[in-house]
Ligand binder design. Structure first.
Ligand SMILES: NC(=O)c1ccc[n+]([C@@H]2O[C@H](COP(=O)([O-])OP(=O)(O)OC[C@H]3O[C@@H](n4cnc5c(N)ncnc54)[C@H](OP(=O)(O)O)[C@@H]3O)[C@@H](O)[C@H]2O)c1
Length: 291
């Protein structure tokens, strides 16, 4: 999604966009052709790392468009503020990863408004919710409901989002608006690594991220071959957000990143991703993490 590569692809994109045959697109194209630049979608954009992705994507060029999704757009005040600041470049859509009908509706809206995606970032995730789910400190605290909820939000949700956004990512890849392929970046966590698990604990969260890693890897094999879409997994470091706040006490000051720093690093991995990175799991500093 760099400005120069986006601009270079303007002519190709314009031709391909105009060849899409939906009547709604033909109508809106006739009225005002959409800006022929890349489209990025950030799922889980109401706060934290997802919101910061939206902010930095909008700031980096005056052309690319961003689709931000979250459970409750009306109460996502910082996102709405960005929408006002970047008029015409940010679309905000409702999407709850635990409700597939909202994913389908968001996909229909993306198809209608943009027609293609060249970057999808799945950022939504849960670690703790008061009185609902807490990271387990021992096996005796493990509950079926927590295991299932973490799996539903952190693993099932992002994969369903990829499933429904796949047609637009495929079109994005053929438009060539970025790097010659479309990219999916799923926010995982180092604790999802089985090879790196020396500490134990956090059973639900760990296992859900491990499942996300396997589901993403599996999707990457199919999408990489059939649709020219690459999928990567990212660990953002320990980042100062609502998710980590209750657990920051033992984190050294220099190991607790700001959202700005972490997302800047993650966008650099996204910018430099190659097709051969398909199916890989990267930390914020670009180092590969063992499965
Ligand atoms: N912060 C860290 O240190 C850290 C470390 C490793 C990995 N990560 C991963 O990075 C990602 C972002 O984390 P964060 O720190 O930004 O967390 P955060 O500040 O708690 O934000 C979590 C986001 O997920 C959304 N979300 C929760 N449940 C959802 C659902 N059912 N459907 C749609 N959206 C939902 C929240 O939306 P609402 O506003 O509607 O609740 C919010 O936008 C997560 O996947 C997390 O596991 C974070």
């Amino acid at each position: 999604m760099r400005a120069n590569t986006l601009r270079a692809a303007m002519a190709t994109a314009r031709m391909a966009m105009s060849s899409l045959s939906s009547p709604a697109r033909a109508l809106s194209s006739a009225a005002a052709p959409p800006p022929p630049s890349g489209v990025a979608m950030v799922q889980g954009a109401s706060r934290g790392i997802g919101l910061e992705f939206v902010r930095q994507l909008l700031r980096r060029s005056d052309q690319g468009r961003v689709v931000a999704t979250c459970r409750a757009p009306d109460s996502a005040s910082e996102l709405q503020e960005l929408r006002r600041e970047h008029a015409g470049r940010l679309t905000v859509l409702p999407l709850d990863v635990t409700d597939e009908s909202t994913i389908e509706a968001a996909a229909a809206a993306v198809g209608e408004t943009h027609g293609s995606l060249d970057l999808l970032i799945n950022a939504a995730g849960i670690l703790s919710i008061p009185n609902v789910i807490q990271p387990e400190t021992s096996l005796s605290k493990v509950q079926k409901s927590s295991l299932l909820l973490a799996y539903e939000v952190n693993a099932v949700g992002p994969i369903l989002v990829i499933k429904h956004m796949r047609p637009f990512l495929k079109i994005g890849a053929s438009l060539g608006t970025g790097k010659g392929f479309s990219l999916v970046a799923n926010m995982s966590a180092r604790v999802g690594s089985i090879g790196d698990n020396a500490l134990g604990g956090w059973h639900s969260y760990r296992a859900s991220k491990t499942a996300l890693n396997q589901l993403t890897k599996t999707a990457s094999v199919e999408l990489g071959k059939k649709d020219n879409i690459a999928c990567i997994l990212l660990h953002p470091g320990t980042v100062d957000t609502d998710l980590s706040r209750p657990f920051q006490r033992n984190v050294a000051k220099d190991k607790l990143f700001t959202r700005e720093f972490s997302v800047h690093k993650l966008l650099s991995i996204i910018d430099n991703a190659k097709k051969t990175d398909n199916g890989k799991f990267f930390a914020w500093d670009g180092q590969e993490i063992p499965w």
